[in-house]
Design a protein around this ligand. Structure first.
Ligand SMILES: NC(=O)c1ccc[n+]([C@@H]2O[C@H](COP(=O)([O-])OP(=O)(O)OC[C@H]3O[C@@H](n4cnc5c(N)ncnc54)[C@H](OP(=O)(O)O)[C@@H]3O)[C@@H](O)[C@H]2O)c1
Length: 351
């Protein structure tokens, strides 16, 4: 791979972000453009998606996009599809991966293959471009750490922990399995091919959605705020993190020469009930459910000292939900549950 140079040299260089139109990638691109990077984003079908206002209109409205953003084709399931996008890049942020609830017909084809084979497909393109490429940042997930039943709940989980593949299969938690296997495959490939890989493991991402069509996790949050228990129920105990902190963390581990290995990226871990209590008190106008079914899941905390050691400071649950609720309100997603006349008053956080 390319020789390391001074840290500040990276600003203004060309980087690739896969899955550019997604929730997390859109915010990452916003931050990269604000930092002066030239960004090549991949979407599945630029012919269709690039002209689709709902899919990519928000990207073209980002500051710096007209001058420094390019959108090209990249499909995880098409071999060599990322060659063009990655060519000449100093770095690659691989975020694209299926984020679904339950697969409709075949978990292998719908979730596992695009996540695992797709990641290897992207990394093969990285290998072809190793003369200019400095580092790859893979967006993994905190779920690759916590889905296991053999740990001491008094010791916070850190990056040395890996989810149990056997448990994932038994519980049919295909998304968690896909992220775990994809990250493991990435480490193996990068070790074999001397690619500088760093992985970021965000917990549940909360914050404004730049894409007008809400992704799976943002829809689950909207459901919670509008009184549904169904989709949020099964999240159980969960870590939460602000979307802007996730984007900044990607850039931090990309730019910091000392960054190495895996990085958990999470602000606070809470149970569903605790979260609902915080949110009900803060937004009394919203019909947030009071109780969730108790799930038989182990208690855990996350140890995020590794990322904090690079200088990351995380925003609180209150801050991430304030920004999220404000954006959902402005986008009209909450209007059906709040009476127009009381909307402004009651959505002002009460503490
Ligand atoms: N949201 C969270 O709470 C959270 C937490 C931890 C980690 N993550 C990780 O963050 C990443 C982004 O997730 P997100 O929440 O932003 O969800 P998202 O909005 O659904 O983004 C997923 C992206 O992956 C793309 N993608 C899926 N299958 C693809 C394929 N076969 N070929 C090319 N692109 C494909 C999607 O493209 P289309 O729009 O064309 O479908 C979309 O751009 C994922 O790796 C996810 O595992 C998310």
């Amino acid at each position: 791979m390319k020789e390391k140079t001074d840290q500040n040299d990276y600003k203004g260089k060309k980087v690739c972000v896969t899955g550019a139109s997604g929730f997390l990638a859109s915010w990452l691109i916003k931050r990269l453009l604000l930092s002066g990077y030239h960004v090549t984003g991949t979407v599945r079908d630029p012919g269709r998606d690039a002209g689709d206002e709902k899919k990519v209109g928000h990207l073209w409205r980002l500051e710096g996009a007209r001058e420094r953003l390019e959108l090209v084709k990249g499909d995880l399931m098409v071999e060599g599809s990322f060659n063009e996008a990655i060519m000449g890049c100093d770095g690659v942020f691989h975020t694209a991966s299926p984020v679904l609830g339950l697969p409709t017909y075949d978990p292998k084809a719908e979730i596992l293959q695009p996540a695992i084979d797709g990641t290897l497909n992207v990394l093969r393109s990285c290998k072809k471009n190793s003369s200019t490429l400095r580092r790859v940042v893979l967006t993994s997930s905190s779920s690759t750490v916590r889905a296991r039943d053999n740990f001491d709940p008094r010791v916070p989980l850190d990056e040395s922990s890996w989810s149990s593949e056997e448990l994932c299969e038994r519980l049919k938690i295909w998304y968690v399995l896909s992220k775990t296997l994809a990250e493991r495959a990435a480490w193996q490939f990068c070790e074999n091919n001397k690619i500088d890989l760093v992985t970021l493991l965000p917990s549940f991402v909360i914050g404004p959605s730049l894409p007008p069509l809400l992704c799976k996790t943002a829809s689950d949050v909207l459901g919670l705020l509008t009184g549904e228990t169904e989709n949020f129920q099964w999240h159980g105990r969960m870590g939460y993190v602000h979307i802007d902190d996730v984007a900044l963390s990607h850039i931090l581990v990309y730019e910091n020469e000392k960054a190495k290995g895996r990085y958990l990226c999470s602000s606070t871990v809470v149970d569903n009930d605790e979260l609902a209590a915080i949110l009900s008190a803060r937004y009394p106008a919203l019909p947030i459910p009071k109780r969730f079914k108790k799930l038989d899941r182990p208690y855990y905390e996350f140890n995020v000292s590794k990322l904090k050691g690079l200088g990351m400071k995380f925003r609180s649950i209150q801050e991430m939900f304030d920004d999220c609720v404000e954006a959902l309100t402005n986008q009209g997603h909450l209007s059906s549950v709040i009476h127009q006349s009381t909307k402004t008053k009651n959505l002002t956080p009460t503490s």
